[in-house]
Design a protein around this ligand. Structure first.
Ligand SMILES: CCCCCCCCCCCCCCCCCCC/C=C/C(=O)SCCNC(=O)CCNC(=O)[C@H](O)C(C)(C)COP(=O)(O)OP(=O)(O)OC[C@H]1O[C@@H](n2cnc3c(N)ncnc32)[C@H](O)[C@@H]1OP(=O)(O)O
Ligand SMILES: Cc1cc2nc3c(=O)[nH]c(=O)nc-3n(C[C@H](O)[C@H](O)[C@H](O)COP(=O)(O)OP(=O)(O)OC[C@H]3O[C@@H](n4cnc5c(N)ncnc54)[C@H](O)[C@@H]3O)c2cc1C
Length: 664
């Protein structure tokens, strides 16, 4: 039967050891074992079913999410799951919920911005979930501009308290996940006011709801902000609105690692940089990069399997049509996304390491790598989420009409994913942060301050401004040194050109605004260089398993040459490559697609996703697409009755009217 045979035959063609590739994808044999075990545990638990999610009303959907979250927590306790296992469980349950903000933002904020005493007081309560917290920063009037927040926290020396207040409608907290209906507490960001003086934005732990009956505490107005994009999707989350009317909290509920307010109302700065108030965002942005590879690989897995099952046109001698995966256009759209999924996986792994490293340094009062960590997390968050959102939509189109059905899994995946381009920092705003960092780095060249980390290449400015690409034949594009130099030269030249243009302005801030579109492109070029270079670094590690390294090399080259092809204007206009070299790169790309073609199904099998996680009829492991699509259609509530509700009120009268008109 079509599908079964197609995928089985594809798997038999694989030229590499899929089991070893699974280890590479997971990060280690141990991680693969944990992820495999927990994914099956979730798939086999009826409470975690998700097939009706897109058809439920908001209220039912939300209650269902609460039920799943409670069950997940129960299983975590019963099975004594480790933190790693619990995080995997959350991943495979695959439903955004208040727990994400509690564990992903509330707890990390207390850890990162609270003093030792504050951590000792609040963390045990949060770990045992005796309180549930969220992260209340964004307001109706201000999201990107954190320094523009309006909520006030005014110190009252009489009572040794802060008075938290929402002075305007636009100061209402708006968007925080978990806030609308669940959280009992929040870290609230507001302006610290002492003696009528504004000391800027700080975090405060505020109790919102009673721990007895869950009612809002006096002075607090709280609710959900309403339905969001798509059915199911992010509507499982209670993104909320919150207003304060002079709510009092004890002084020790201001998070005081960065600065402290004394009993006398004096502000004392500690030795840590004030930017640590933004620290949770760095942590979450780093996580979002790893998540990008998961979302993209999931869409790619669905589109690749379906492309091997789907046949259109071109009858072969045996009388069957061509698998759409064999069309070069399909390959040129699909394989760069497959390569991007692997590329984002490895850059995510590296970013996790970078974050751990910066964190260890912070503990030891070494703040030197914070600007680099901020630029990398901001830039890579922006680059990977934008590419993933576009990539999921491309996968939908790669699946033709059936991709538009909810049962393909792609519409909901898209709807859940796209806010990642906005939350934790709008992607353009974040790229502008990277651009500032690059301009600063360029302006310091020659000052004796050597560029570090991902900007080390800028230390070779003279060479990179003048170098000529050495490619003479298509295969030359397979050399990592050639690719790296082209990407470094492009990024260097774009940053230098931006800095030179900026220097023409008397007012740097005005110049920055005027040139911001070019600056964003320079930031993208730098971030793409990071992704390419981290993929190349990965390949320099010991990679066991028959044929595994060869496949990864092909994917790395596809990623780099696809980006080169997509941004050809940059590479040509900066003189990094010639038109002839561009066309050789394109020829090489085509040849790489042919190399990956027989391995495509095995390369997506290596993600090791269960059918439960994929939740896609098109992406089923067994390829049994058509019978299951047919079966799914009949499950739609519209098909509960043969004649639809409303027939007598709305269809029959029209038909009768037409009958009368026809007789006239
Ligand atoms: C055991 C059981 C377990 C249970 C299992 C459950 C497990 C569940 C885990 C799930 C985890 C998943 C977690 C993920 C959840 C995802 C959900 C996301 C929900 C969304 C949340 C949000 O959106 S929160 C709100 C986010 N908001 C933003 O991102 C705002 C963006 N804006 C800004 O960041 C800033 O305003 C700015 C950076 C754009 C501008 O800042 P500012 O106005 O201060 O000006 P400058 O540009 O001049 O910057 C000054 C100076 O500071 C430097 N800098 C800026 N930001 C940072 C930073 N973050 N870190 C370090 N430094 C920074 C900047 O470079 C400047 O430096 P100079 O040296 O002066 O140049
Ligand atoms: C699903 C979801 C969940 C969220 N969860 C939380 C949460 O848990 N806690 C929380 O506090 N917040 C949360 N947020 C809020 C989120 O962090 C903000 O929406 C985000 O930071 C973007 O800010 P904004 O909405 O103010 O966008 P705006 O800044 O208003 O952006 C609008 C447009 O203006 C552009 N723009 C803005 N500033 C500039 C600039 N300087 N230069 C050039 N262009 C600019 C942007 O690129 C964008 O195109 C969530 C948001 C969403 C969508």
């Amino acid at each position: 039967m079509a599908g079964f045979d197609d995928l089985a035959s594809e798997r038999s063609k694989a030229q590499f050891d899929v089991e070893e590739m699974k280890v590479i994808w997971a990060g280690s044999r141990h991680t693969l074992e944990v992820s495999d075990r927990i994914s099956r545990l979730v798939a086999n638990d009826p409470v975690f079913r998700k097939d009706t999610r897109t058809m439920l009303s908001r209220k039912d959907l939300f209650k269902n999410t609460l039920r799943k979250a409670a069950h997940a927590w129960k299983r975590i306790i019963e099975l004594r799951l480790s933190e790693e296992e619990a995080a995997e469980l959350r991943f495979y349950v695959d439903e955004p919920a208040f727990m994400d903000l509690h564990w992903g933002m509330f707890i990390p904020t207390i850890k990162g911005q609270g003093t030792e005493e504050q951590q000792q007081k609040w963390l045990p309560l949060a770990y045992k979930m005796k309180i549930i917290g969220c992260y209340a920063q964004t307001e109706l009037g201000h999201g990107s501009n954190v320094q523009g927040l309006e909520t006030t926290a005014t110190f009252d020396p009489q009572t040794d308290e802060f008075i938290i207040h929402s002075p305007t409608l636009t100061s209402s907290k708006w968007w925080p996940g978990g806030l609308g209906k669940v959280s009992t507490h929040a870290v609230v960001y507001g302006r610290l006011i002492i003696d009528s003086k504004d000391y800027g934005v700080n975090g405060f732990i505020v109790q919102l709801r009673s721990l007895d009956d869950h009612l809002p505490l006096p002075g607090i107005t709280i609710g959900d902000i309403g339905m969001k994009f798509g059915s199911g999707a992010y509507n499982t989350m209670d993104n909320g609105v919150l207003r304060f009317d002079h709510v009092r909290i004890p002084r020790d509920q201001m998070l005081m690692r960065v600065s402290q307010v004394t009993r006398e109302g004096k502000l004392v700065q500690s030795n840590v940089p004030w930017q640590l108030v933004y620290g949770t965002m760095v942590y979450v942005r780093q996580k979002i990069v790893s998540d990008a590879s998961c979302a993209l690989s999931r869409a790619v897995c669905i589109a690749t399997r379906y492309s091997a099952v789907r046949r259109q046109f071109g009858l072969q001698s045996n009388g069957i049509e061509t698998q759409v995966i064999d069309y070069k256009t399909q390959q040129s759209r699909l394989f760069p996304l497959l390569a991007s999924a692997y590329a984002f996986r490895f850059v995510g792994e590296w970013l996790k390491w970078l974050y751990m490293d910066v964190n260890q340094r912070l503990q030891a009062s070494d703040f030197s790598t914070l600007p680099e960590a901020h630029a990398c997390t901001a830039g890579l968050k922006s680059l990977t989420t934008s590419a993933t959102a576009d990539g999921i939509e491309e996968c939908r189109k790669l699946c033709g009409g059936h991709g538009y059905l909810c049962s393909s899994g792609l519409p909901e995946l898209f709807a859940v994913y796209i806010p990642a381009c906005t939350y934790e920092g709008d992607n353009i705003v974040l790229l502008l942060q990277v651009a500032r960092f690059l301009i600063k780095t360029v302006s310091q060249l020659g000052s004796g301050k050597e560029p570090v980390g991902t900007t080390v290449y800028m230390g070779r400015v003279e060479q990179l401004m003048q170098c000529h690409c050495a490619v003479q034949k298509a295969e030359d594009w397979l050399k990592p040194s050639v690719i790296l130099e082209a990407f470094e030269a492009r990024s260097m030249r774009m940053s230098v050109a931006s800095a030179q243009n900026l220097a023409k302005f008397d007012n740097q801030e005005e110049g920055f605004l005027e040139l911001s579109a070019d600056l964003v492109q320079a930031a993208v070029a730098h971030c793409q260089l990071i992704v390419v270079s981290k993929f190349i670094e990965k390949l320099q590690q010991d990679i066991p398993g028959k044929g595994v390294k060869g496949q990864l090399e092909a994917l790395c080259n596809i990623y780099a040459l696809f980006i080169l092809h997509k941004h050809l204007g940059d590479f040509l206009s900066t003189g990094c490559i010639t038109p002839k070299q561009a066309s050789l790169a394109n020829a090489q790309l085509r040849s790489l697609y042919s190399q990956v073609r027989p391995n495509a199904i095995a390369l997506v099998d290596a993600f090791n996703y269960t059918d439960h996680y994929l939740s896609s009829v098109l992406g089923r492991y067994d390829g049994n697409v058509y019978p299951k699509l047919y079966e799914e259609a009949w499950k739609d509530p519209l098909n509960d009755s043969v004649v639809p509700d409303g027939y007598q009120e709305y269809i029959q009268p029209i038909l009768k009217q037409q009958l009368r008109n026809a007789r006239l």
